[in-house]
Design a protein around this ligand. Structure first.
Ligand code: SAM
Length: 279
């Protein structure tokens, strides 16, 4: 019986050709065919490293029939290298469908690890890397987008999003509305000449991009909910009168007790006065 082939998931640079690994080159030179999300990007790598292999496209719009074709090649013993337009295949691209198809058909799948924009953005962000959640691209559909953000509102993990530059200002505004102000990192053009990590807050970034045009590719890293939540207020649930009387019974004048209670609760003095004196 013929030996089944194999699918290699090959990570490609996210901007710097120097990030191509020795194993990547070995695999690219040995496989029977290379399947690429964007053949124009992949040709650049092949030309640079003088690699001559059959190249075919595999993308969102042909993934079903091309996936079947690639699987038939692998079932007949051929080996296939899959690459996305940049970074790790199967992350925010149709590679995950081909992986599933191979698993269903009993075809071996292995990976040649390398760059992934989300991991580089996370480790450069300065935010917690202990627990994080990759959220990919937000939907362009307003309702789905709002639902997605609302689901994440109290998530304590560091949140990572991909975004296209022209949508960045709207996304920052939407995030600010739902999450409130939080620390964020905007990682731009990673591994490229103009690499930049802006460590700022959602409010500041939303303001900045009202006038500044975003340029290049961005990853948005947002601080999780717990890290920026307000410390618990020990006076929560205590009536205003009881609150003021606690200070009065401790020896304070009523005037000073009202002033202190107002400060504790972050309320104007006159409001505390009005409640205390029933006016
Ligand atoms: N599979 C890829 C990966 O592993 O990162 C991601 C593909 S996704 C279609 C493309 C998105 O990744 C971009 O819109 C941007 O958010 C992010 N991205 C890719 N390269 C980047 C870079 N050099 N700097 C910042 N973000 C990048």
């Amino acid at each position: 019986m013929e030996k089944t082939g194999i699918l290699y998931l090959c990570a490609t640079p996210i901007g710097n050709l120097g990030d191509v690994s020795a194993r990547f080159l070995e695999v690219f030179r040995s496989v029977d065919i290379i399947a690429a999300e964007d053949t124009r990007q992949t040709i650049k790598i092949m030309n640079h490293f003088d690699i001559h292999k059959p190249l075919t496209s595999y993308h969102e719009h042909n993934k079903r029939q091309k996936g079947e074709y690639l699987c038939s090649l692998m079932l007949s013993g051929k080996s296939v290298a899959l690459v996305s337009d940049a970074g790790t295949p199967a992350i925010s691209d149709p590679g995950e469908d081909l992986v599933r198809m191979c698993i269903e058909k009993g075809i071996e799948v292995t990976s040649i690890p390398g760059p992934a924009a989300l991991i580089n953005a996370l480790i450069l962000s300065g935010l917690s890397t202990k627990r994080f959640s990759f959220e990919g691209f937000l939907s362009v559909n307003k309702r789905h987008r709002a639902e997605h953000l609302n689901q994440l509102k109290s998530d304590t993990h560091t949140l990572i999003f991909y975004e296209a530059p022209h949508k960045l200002p709207y996304t920052l505004d939407d995030m600010l509305k739902v999450f409130g102000d939080r620390r964020i990192a905007l990682a731009r053009e990673l591994t490229k000449l103009h690499e930049e990590v802006k460590r700022t807050t959602l409010a500041e970034a939303a303001e900045f991009y009202k006038t500044e045009k975003p340029r290049g590719e961005y990853v948005i890293v947002v601080e999780g909910a717990s890290e920026c939540s307000e410390p618990e207020n020990p006076w929560e649930g205590v009536e205003i009168k009881e609150h003021v009387d606690k200070y009065v019974s401790g020896g304070m004048s009523v005037k000073d007790a009202i002033k202190q209670a107002a400060a504790d609760r972050g309320m104007p003095k006159r409001e505390v006065y009005a409640v205390y004196h029933d006016v």
